[in-house]
Write a protein that binds this ligand. Structure first.
Ligand SMILES: Cc1cc2nc3c(=O)[nH]c(=O)nc-3n(C[C@H](O)[C@H](O)[C@H](O)COP(=O)(O)OP(=O)(O)OC[C@H]3O[C@@H](n4cnc5c(N)ncnc54)[C@H](O)[C@@H]3O)c2cc1C
Length: 434
């Protein structure tokens, strides 16, 4: 753990195509606010939006630049799902909880549209084109069908329909899938322009944001909290930890760090495609995910195809992880064998023990929202509304998100080899078609 690590921008397609980046200075001197937010991603930005609406003075402190974390480097898939299916949630926790979680998902998707409209974020290029689950075998297809039937019957959600192998070939341009499930909820977005657009909106509303300002310590003081940064301090009545998978940058966020297993997710982008590849692959511009345990996913971004999946184990990228993604992409889309890969990048997703995000209070002065398990574009950018309510002393119904206190990962000191072991087992099961 370093007190003030260097934060170079990553070489992502999103960085290269970012527009209208607002610039914020670093904190200097001592200041006082009602609430200080640590982390300048979707969670931190939207928490500031809703706290300001409640008339509370608010500041956002970002260690690097806005969107440096997962919010600026993700796949831009807007979805309202959780890692656990809604039918599993119902069988473990009851139908009412499943319904509440489903409502939260739909609310989150709608909220993305609201933010884009409210702040006029044209550059986010939000397309509510829906998502397609691509079944790699008959067992997976049957379980997709079961989930679609359950959603219709139990929750009255008619958004899902089943597609045949032939329809999947037309939809994706690949013959690799035995069928699929189309869900008309959700879509795709330019993730970095989305968070930058929110930051621009906050700036216009006069909400202070500081970049290159890592919070190096967070302490309880007599009547609130004290946040230390290299250039200055903040005293506040409450603090919000919105650092998700990047919660180990400094000791200030140690309280949430041990509840998260960081897992590297990587992505490659092709050059702009032309010919058959350009016109027939993923022609409807949805988001697409495979049903394998070690899920791979893909989408178009303009004329390029983006392909993502597991990244390297450990702290840095590896050639072999990118090569594995490229190999999988070409196997599924043979037309891409000659297409140049122009961008490769990765980031950390925050897994939790129960695969559910956690939002709540650590104590009377610190609120947190972390653990989106790789599905935070819509959820994290909606969570600010609920975090603001918690800061204000309310107790919003967040289903399973608040049902338990933040739990530490029991094997935290050996989390890296443990993740490697589990991933290896999943890859083995996928390889033998189980
Ligand atoms: C490669 C990848 C692909 C993904 N794809 C998708 C997808 O397609 N769809 C989807 O729904 N989700 C996806 N996700 C997940 C999604 O991006 C995250 O859930 C979401 O961005 C979390 O937002 P956040 O604001 O909570 O955290 P972040 O955006 O990670 O922001 C946390 C910020 O906190 C800052 N920070 C940390 N410590 C400190 C400190 N001490 N002081 C000040 N600042 C600090 C960091 O610099 C960082 O900018 C993906 C994630 C990754 C990594």
């Amino acid at each position: 753990m370093t007190a003030h690590p260097p934060f170079p921008d990553i070489a992502s397609l999103w960085q290269q195509t970012a527009t209208d980046r607002p610039v914020f200075g670093a904190l200097a001197g001592g200041h006082q606010f009602d609430v200080a937010i640590i982390g300048g991603g979707y969670t931190g930005m939207t928490t500031a939006r809703y706290l300001a609406r409640r008339g509370l003075s608010t500041v956002v402190l970002e260690a690097s630049r806005i969107g440096w974390g997962a919010s600026g480097r993700n796949g831009g898939v807007v979805s309202g799902k959780f890692r656990i299916s809604f039918s599993d949630i119902a069988s473990r926790h009851g139908l009412d909880t499943a319904r509440r979680m489903h409502d939260l998902g739909i609310e989150s998707i709608d909220h993305v549209g609201e933010l884009v409209e409210d702040y006029g974020i044209v550059a986010a290029d939000y397309r509510p084109t829906g998502s397609l689950r691509c079944a790699h075998n008959a067992v997976s297809l049957a379980s997709l069908k079961k989930e679609a039937d359950w959603l219709r019957q139990a929750l009255g959600d008619n958004a899902c329909s089943m597609l045949s192998a032939e329809e999947m070939a037309t939809e994706t341009g690949s013959r690799d899938f035995v069928g699929g499930m189309l869900n008309t909820h959700g879509g795709i977005i330019h993730p970095l322009n989305f968070v930058l657009g929110i930051a621009t909106g906050l700036k216009a509303a006069g909400i202070p944001i500081f970049e290159n300002t890592p919070v190096t310590d967070l302490r309880r003081e007599e009547s609130g909290v004290l946040l230390e940064t290299p250039g200055g301090t903040i005293t506040a009545r409450q603090a919000v930890i919105a650092t998700n998978s990047y919660s180990d940058l400094t000791k200030a966020t140690a309280a949430v760090r041990k509840a998260i297993i960081p897992f590297r997710s990587a992505m490659i982008a092709t050059e702009p495609l032309s010919g058959r590849a350009g016109s027939q692959l993923l022609a409807k511009g949805r988001s697409y995910t495979e049903t394998r345990r070690m899920m791979r996913w893909f989408r178009k971004a303009g004329d390029r195809l983006l392909y993502g999946g597991r990244g390297a184990f450990g702290k840095t990228d590896s050639e072999s992880a990118f090569a594995a993604l490229h190999k999988a992409m070409v196997r599924q889309f043979p037309e891409l064998s000659d297409a140049a890969v122009t961008h490769r990048w990765s980031g950390l997703v925050a897994m939790t023990m129960d695969s559910i995000p956690h939002v709540g209070r650590l104590d009377d002065r610190i609120v947190y929202a972390v653990g989106y398990n790789g599905t935070g574009v819509a959820l994290a950018s909606t969570m600010g509304k609920h975090v603001a309510a918690i800061v204000a002393g309310e107790n919003p119904d967040l289903g399973l998100l608040t049902s338990e206190r933040l739990k530490s990962v029991p094997f935290y000191p050996i989390r890296e080899p443990a993740v490697r072991l589990v991933a290896g087992w999943y890859q083995f099961l996928d390889a033998i078609g189980r």
